[in-house]
Design a protein around this ligand. Structure first.
Ligand code: IMP
Ligand code: MG
Length: 170
């Protein structure tokens, strides 16, 4: 029913590589790493434990797809930050960038607060789908336009606890 797209082993290797790069890029900058709930919680927890420089962590929560696989195109904020990002180096951690609607929304929201810098880290990017007018600096894997679950990603709240990334077949 579910085909493995990216194994746990591949994910671990890539998370280590991303963390190495982030360690270099954010050395002594005390970045605020912001996880986008709920999907990014496993990726974020693996990633930050591999980053070897001091950092802070906070979370944002956006409205979800509900139980559908297609984005409603409407984004609302369900949980605000608990910190001030003004003049701070901000890293937004996403599980996946699909249409890019959520990323655009968060970018605009964060930029109004004038951080010192703002970048995205996403584990997965559906490059065929997203049309962005800004660059996603840190990408784990570019994937085809298929609905995936596992490693934090859900369908109707299920499958977040799978260790690998699977394509959900109908
Ligand atoms: P976007 O706004 O279309 O880029 O999608 C944002 C959010 O939709 C992601 O952070 C995920 O939570 C969810 N999403 C998009 N594609 C998938 C998928 O293939 N599987 C599970 N969740 C997804
Ligand atoms: Mg998400």
């Amino acid at each position: 029913m579910k085909r493995v797209l990216i194994s746990k082993k591949k994910i671990d290797e890539r998370v280590k590589q991303l963390a190495l790069k982030l360690t270099k890029d954010y050395k002594d900058k005390l970045p605020i790493v912001i996880g986008i709930l709920n999907g990014s919680f496993i990726f974020l927890s693996d990633l930050v434990r591999q980053i070897k420089t001091d950092l802070e962590i906070d979370f944002l929560k956006l409205s979800s797809y509900g139980d559908r696989k297609i984005s409603s195109g409407e984004v609302t904020l369900l949980k605000e930050l608990n910190c001030d990002i003004h003049k701070r180096h901000v890293l937004l951690v996403e599980d996946i960038i699909d249409t890019g609607i959520s990323a655009k929304y968060m970018r605009e929201l964060m930029l109004k607060r004038k951080p010192a810098s703002l970048e995205f880290v996403t584990l997965l990017h559906k490059t065929e789908v997203s049309k962005l007018d800004f660059k996603i600096k840190y990408v784990g894997f570019n994937i085809p336009n298929e609905f995936v679950v596992g490693y934090g990603l859900d369908f109707a709240q299920k499958y977040r606890n799978l260790k690998s990334i699977h394509v959900l077949k109908n």
